[in-house]
Design a protein around this ligand. Sequence first.
Ligand SMILES: Cc1cc2nc3c(=O)[nH]c(=O)nc-3n(C[C@H](O)[C@H](O)[C@H](O)COP(=O)(O)O)c2cc1C
Length: 379
Amino acid sequence: MVVWSPFRFNCGREMANRFVIAPLTTDSSQEDGTVTESELEFIRRRAASGFGATISSAAYVKQDGRSWQGIGATQDGHTSSLRRLAEAMRASGGLAILQIYDGGRIAKPELIGEKCLRAPSAVASLRPGAKTPRAMTVDEVENLIASFREAASFARKVGFDGVEIHGANHYTVHQFFSPRANHRVDEWGGTLSKRMNFPLAVPRAVRDALGPKLIAGFRVTPFESERDGYTLEDAKFLCDELAKLDLDYISVSLDDYRSGKPTGETRVYSGPGAVSYIPAESPITEFARVIAGRSALIASGGIKTCIDAEGAIEMGADLVAVGRAVVVDPEWLSKIRTKSEATILAGLPKDQLKIAQELSIPPRMVEYLLSRPGWIPRL
Ligand SMILES: Cc1cc2nc3c(=O)[nH]c(=O)nc-3n(C[C@H](O)[C@H](O)[C@H](O)COP(=O)(O)O)c2cc1C
C-alpha cells in the first residue's frame, strides 16, 4: 500500500511512510514560550508510534502575534526549548518540522494586550467578541516577514528537518490573502495578485533562512466559506505561485478532506451558522492538478482509518496529516500498522482526569479540547 511506502521531498529529506502528525496546539507552554514537560510527553508518545514526520504545534514568530499560550521561536532563549522539542518529535526516527505562525487580528488580547492587536487592515474577525485591530504599517509588514525568516533560522540552528509556514486557518498569512481581512491599497493588498505578495514573501524568506537542504512547507485553507471571502479559484492561483517557489510541500487544511469543508472563522461546526459551501470536487484533487508534482501535497481532515488515508492519496495527495485521531489515541498509527483498527480509541474518556493521565495530554490542552463542544469525540 502506498501509505507505507517511503517519500522523498524535493530537498532530499526522506520519510519512511506517508503518515504525518498534523500540527496540534496544546495551549500549554510556559508563559515565556518555552515547551513544558507535558507537551514533550504528548508529542513523544505519539511520534513513537512510527510517523514518517511530525509537524509541531504552531510557534509564534512575534510576541504580539500570540493567539494562545504556545511555544515561541523568537529569541535565543527559545533555542534549547526548540531543540528538546525536535528531539521528542524524532522519537521513532521520523522527521521533525516546526510550524511557525503569527496571529494578527486573531491574536489573543489577554496575552498581548487589546491595544497591541495589529493586522493587514483595521477589520475585526467574525469571531464572537473579536476586537478591531489597527492596520500594520509597511515597516511592520516587512518586519514581520523578517521575523518569519528569523524563526526559520532558529529551526535550522536547533536541528529541525524543516519549517511549515502556517498560511491557513485565519492567521496573519491567511489574513493577507483574504479580501475580507485585507483592505489595503498598497503593495500588500488590493488586487488578488497584491494579496498574494505577503503569502509569497514569507516562504521566500523562510527558504532563504533554511538553505536548500531543509524542508519548506506551506499550509493553506483552500477557500473561505464566509461571504466575500477568497474562493477556491483564488487559492488555486496562490497554490500555482507557491509551487513555482522552492517549496517541498503544500498542505491543505480541511475539517474533512473529502467534503472540502474548511475551518470557518466563527468556528461553528453545526447548525445554522455552519459552513455550507462544498465544492464539486475535493480541493485535494483540484490542488493536485495545479501543483502537478512540483511540490508534495499533504491532505488532512477526518483521517481516522487506513482506508481514509489511502482515499486521500488516491485523490492526489502524497502525504496525509492526522490530527484528532492521534489526540484521542496516542497509539493510533501502531494500531493501523498492525491492523488492529478495532482497538482504536474512538473518543476521549468521560473522566477528565483520565484524559490527561492515560492519554498523556497536558491538562490545559484538555480544557482547550473540551471548550468547543463537538470538536473532539467523547466516549
Ligand atoms: C487541538 C488542536 C490543535 C490544533 N492546532 C493547530 C495548529 O497549531 N496549527 C495548524 O495548522 N492546525 C492546527 N489544528 C488543526 C489540525 O492540524 C487539523 O488540520 C485538523 O484537526 C483536521 O484534521 P483531523 O480531522 O485529523 O483532526 C489543530 C487541531 C486540533 C484538534
